[in-house]
Design a protein around this ligand. Structure first.
Ligand code: NAP
Length: 248
């Protein structure tokens, strides 16, 4: 059974890692896909072709999702090209790690703008369409770090805690219109975002995970599939940790 047959899904940051995994699982489950990226042209083209092979409509959009005006244009194009928006996965994100003592203002601002303001941008710009439809599932990619904090990631942790606060507030504001808003908190998922980490640090993290392994983009994508589909019709304002059992 295809869980997203006939649905239209937006996924930000789908050229790599978790977003790419979500796009693949959604396309396999019948969703038409509008995905975004900011620089990876070749990857975007290849992913577009791969997703189309599942028999769904696909369009990629290149812009900085931290910019409000560009996001407004994107949402308007998706609404006219695809006719509706059923699912939004606010996934695009970056890290600019460092101890506060050495953190530049630019590294703070970039992380807040790309990880948190982008979630406001996409949700706000799509709101009118969602309200008119009286249907929608918004899924925001947070992190266990947004719950626990993490030394050396104060900018990232603050942005991801902000995503959780935003998610719970929007769930309260528009739940009565049959629009749901939930967050996923991945633990340690091996993607390009984590590829430059010291192997010793990775080993230490994996040892602390009850399941004794890192997660895969598909592990997160399957949780997103549940939240996107009608299987979660009464799940709203929640954070779903996908982290192999890390205590938060
Ligand atoms: P990733 O592999 O680094 O991929 C990031 C994606 O976001 C890429 O498609 C990138 O596009 C896009 N992107 C970056 N900046 C953008 C911008 N300004 N505008 C539009 N798109 C932009 O990341 P990931 O590891 O899959 O992480 C995905 C999400 O999960 C992030 O929000 C991250 O914080 C969260 N998360 C990840 C982990 C983990 O362990 N990996 C854990 C917890 C939470 P380009 O390819 O064009 O640059």
């Amino acid at each position: 059974m295809k869980l997203l047959e006939g649905k239209v899904a937006i996924i930000t940051g789908a050229t790599r890692g978790i977003g790419k995994g979500v796009a693949e699982v959604f396309a396999k489950n019948g969703a038409d896909i509008a995905f975004t990226y900011v620089s990876s042209d070749e990857k975007a083209k290849a992913i577009e072709e791969n997703l189309k092979s599942f028999g769904v409509k696909v369009k990629s959009y290149k812009f900085n999702v931290a910019e409000y005006a560009a996001t407004e244009e994107f949402i308007a194009d998706v609404a006219s090209e695809f006719g509706k928006i059923d699912v939004i996965v606010n996934n695009a994100g970056i890290t600019r790690d460092g101890l506060l003592m050495r953190m530049s203002e630019e590294n703070w601002d970039d992380v807040m703008n790309i990880n948190l303001k982008s979630v406001f941008n996409v949700t706000k710009c799509a709101l009118r369409t969602l309200l008119k439809q009286r249907f929608g599932s918004i899924i925001n990619m947070s992190s266990v770090v947004g719950i626990e904090g993490n030394g050396g990631q104060s900018n990232y942790a603050a942005s991801k805690a902000g995503v959780i606060g935003f998610t719970k507030s929007i769930a309260q504001e528009i739940g009565s219109r049959n629009i749901r808003c939930n967050a996923i908190c991945p633990g340690f998922i091996e993607t390009e975002m984590t590829k430059d980490l010291d192997p010793e640090v990775i080993k230490g993290w994996v040892d602390d995970i009850p399941m004794k392994r890192s997660g895969t983009p598909e592990d997160v994508a399957n949780a997103a599939l549940f939240l996107a589909s009608d299987l979660s019709n009464y799940v709203n304002g929640q954070t779903l940790n996908v982290c192999g059992g890390i205590q938060t």
